[in-house]
Design a protein around this ligand. Structure first.
Ligand code: SF4
Ligand code: SF4
Length: 106
C-alpha cells in the first residue's frame, strides 16, 4: 500500500492527512477519520484556583494535567481556563495543597 504523504491546507496546514479521503468508506466513524477540536473549557462545573502563597512551582500539577493547560507565571503555576476541563486532578495531586476547586460561575 502506498504511503499517504499529502499535507492538509488551512488551519492544519503542514499536518499529514490521517487518511486519503478517496479510499475511506462513507460509513466509517468520523471520530476515527476527522480532526475535531474540542473546547474542553466548556465542560467545567468547577475551576481550579491556585493559592499563590502556597505554590512552590514544583510542576506536579503541570505533569498530571490531562489536557496540558497548566501555564507558568512568575512565582506560581495556574490553569489556562480556555482549555481546563475542571477535572480536579491538579488539586488532588498538588503536594502542597495549593489548588482548590471552586464552583464555576455562569
Ligand atoms: S503542584 Fe501545587 S505547588 Fe506544585 S506547581 Fe502546581 S500548584 Fe504549585
Ligand atoms: S482541573 Fe483538570 S484540566 Fe484543569 S488544570 Fe486541573 S488537571 Fe488540568
Amino acid at each position: 500500500m502506498e504511503k499517504n504523504t499529502e499535507r492538509t491546507e488551512g488551519k492544519y496546514k503542514g499536518h499529514y492527512k490521517m487518511f486519503d479521503g478517496s479510499t475511506v468508506p462513507n460509513d466509517i466513524c468520523p471520530i476515527a477519520t476527522d480532526l475535531i477540536v474540542m473546547k474542553t473549557g466548556e465542560w467545567r462545573s468547577e475551576q481550579p484556583m491556585v493559592l499563590r502563597s502556597k505554590c512552590v512551582k514544583c510542576g506536579t500539577c503541570w505533569a498530571f494535567c490531562p489536557v496540558q493547560c497548566i501555564v507558568e507565571k512568575p512565582t506560581w503555576f495556574e490553569a489556562d481556563l480556555a482549555t481546563c476541563k475542571g477535572c480536579g486532578i491538579c488539586a488532588a495531586e498538588c503536594p502542597h495543597q495549593a489548588i482548590i476547586m471552586v464552583e464555576e460561575k455562569e
